[in-house]
Write a protein that binds this ligand. Sequence first.
Ligand code: ZN
Length: 293
Amino acid sequence: MQQTADQLIKVLALDKQVRAYLLRNTNTVNEAIRRHDLWPTATSVLGKVLSMGQMMGGMLKGDQALTLKLNGNGQLGNIIVDANSKGGVRGYVDFPHVNFINKDGFFDAMGIGQDGFLDVIKDLKMKDLFTSSIAITGDIARDFTYYFMESEQTNTAIILAIQVDVDNTCLLSGGLLIQLLPNATSKTIDYLESQLSELPEPSRLFKESSETILASLFGEAYEIIDSMPVSFLCPCSKEQFARSLLTLGAKELTTMKEEDHKIDIVCHYCNKTYHFDEQDIQQLIKEITNEKK
Ligand code: ZN
C-alpha cells in the first residue's frame, strides 16, 4: 500500500490555551519492522514509543535530544528510543520476536511487562542531563500521560494508533498529543474533554485526514504553527564504531586480529553491521601506537 509521507504537525488551538501535536508515521514504523524484523506485539510497542519520541522530539529545540527507556520486565526486554528535534527517531527492543496478537488486540502490556519503569532522559545541551523516572502499567499512552503530569506538571491527552496487516507490515501508525497550557480556563478544559470523549477509537480516527481530526477537536479555532517531515534515522557510522574500538587498546585489538581476523559490530538502534577486516584492525592498532609516541 502506498503511504503518504510521515509528518508531524504542531498546532495552537482554542485561543492559545491548548497545544497539539498530530503525527503520522507509518513509514517510520515500517522501517523499524524492516530493520529489526519486529513481530506484531514488538511492532505495536516499539511503534508507539517511536511515536512518543517523534512527538516529544517536536517539543525540543536546536540540537537537543531525548531518550525514552521502558523496562517492565516483560518479554520484549528493554524498549529504547532516541529522538532529536528535527523529526529523526531510532529505536529497538531487546527481543523483537514477540507476538501475542489476536482479535482483541496487541497485548502491549504482556510485551512490556507491568513491573518496572519509564525513564525519560533529556539532553537540553546544558551541563547535566535531565532524567525522570516513573513506574509503568504497560499502557503506553496512559504511562506517558502520567509522566507529563508527574514530571512536567502538564495535563496531557495522548492517543496512539497502530494497525498491523496479516503480512506483518504496518498499515497505519499515528499519534495525537494534546496539552493544556497554563492559561487554560475551566470552560476550555470541559469543552476539550467532551470533544475527546466523542472521538472514534484510535485506528479509525487516523483513517481521517489531519484537517478532519483537528476540526473535530477544535472546530475552526486552531492554527498550524509548524509542519515537518519525520523519519526513522540512525546517525551511526563506521568511524563512530572505530572510535569505540580504539578504547579497547592495542593489546586487545592485536589478540582479536590474530584470533578472529575480523570484528563485526552491530548497531543496536538500526541493526546495521559494521565490518572491520584485518587491515582495518591493523590501522586502529597503528593509530593507538602512534598516539603513545
Ligand atoms: Zn545505527
